[in-house]
Design a protein around this ligand. Structure first.
Ligand SMILES: [Zn+2]
Length: 265
């Protein structure tokens, strides 16, 4: 072996080692995340009432003062002229992948698929996923389906837009991928669903400060909930979604604890 060949081998070995180390780090994270099992089962010891016990970092699931979801009631609603129309713009067609993470059906979106602007901060859509039945309630009313469109800012802040669906006509939006829903039997297997158009948004909405509705229940999430012109979903589409995640996956609602629910109209 020539010295230059040795140098090439040395570089390749170094790359291989760093690849292995890289994989090791990733798998440690993955294993670390999987070590703590959580679910929505109200009878067991890993359901929403126990999330705070499962990991020290998840204590806020119980102690937090700004937890989500909430039951949106008239007494908490405050018309806020400062909200303005929703400033959200998305690419017309977005190349997306879908997976079933065991808790929900999740559709991942590529970086810079659009922008949601709130109080001077730009958030980019990262993924959307589904809860059945809805997590947010309105006047104690539950809905059959809720979609969360999750946005992140450059510095890691979160803004989530929630859509509550009523049963009725088939959803053209869901029809783009509802026949490609991944089974719960194959968790975390990503498949491409091609280019999709995001759900059309009403420019009128409500807003409050809340949290992630899954562990670690981190707070300081800016929530936008669509309150007018609820999108529809057909019974058949609901069936396909519930076949994919055959258990309820809604966290129970929390008291607003004095939080106002700001409305744009
Ligand atoms: Zn969610």
């Amino acid at each position: 072996m020539t010295s230059s060949a040795k140098a090439v081998v040395a570089v390749l070995l170094l790359q291989a080692v760093s690849l292995v180390l890289g994989c090791y780090d990733v798998s440690t994270d993955a294993v670390g995340a999987e070590q703590v099992h959580w679910d929505y089962n109200t009878d067991g010891h890993h359901g929403p009432a126990h999330w705070h016990e499962l990991k020290p970092e998840w204590s806020v699931c119980k102690t937090g003062m700004q937890q989500s979801p909430i039951n949106i009631v008239a007494a908490d609603m405050v018309k806020d002229d400062g909200l303005g129309k929703l400033d959200a713009r998305y690419k017309a067609k977005i190349n997306a992948t879908i997976a079933n993470d065991g808790h929900a059906v999740v559709v991942d979106l590529p970086p810079k698929s659009g922008a949601l602007k709130i109080k001077g901060v730009t958030y980019h859509p990262a993924q959307f996923h589904f809860h059945m039945p809805s997590e947010h309630h309105i006047m104690n009313q539950s809905f059959p389906l809720e979609m969360h469109l999750v946005h992140k800012s450059e510095d890691g802040k979160l803004a989530v837009v929630g859509f509550l669906f009523v049963e009725g006509e088939e959803s053209e939006f869901l029809a783009q991928f509802v026949d490609k829903l991944p089974s719960y039997k194959e968790p975390n297997v990503k498949s491409n669903i091609g280019k999709i158009r995001l759900l059309r948004q009403n420019r009128n909405y409500g807003r409050y400060m809340g949290s992630l509705t899954t562990p670690p229940c981190a707070e300081n999430v800016t929530w936008t909930v669509m309150l007018w012109n609820f999108p529809t979903v057909s019974a058949h589409q609901l069936k396909l979604l519930s076949d994919s995640v055959p258990h309820t996956n809604n966290r129970p609602t929390f008291s607003s604890k004095g939080r106002n629910f700001h409305t744009s109209i």
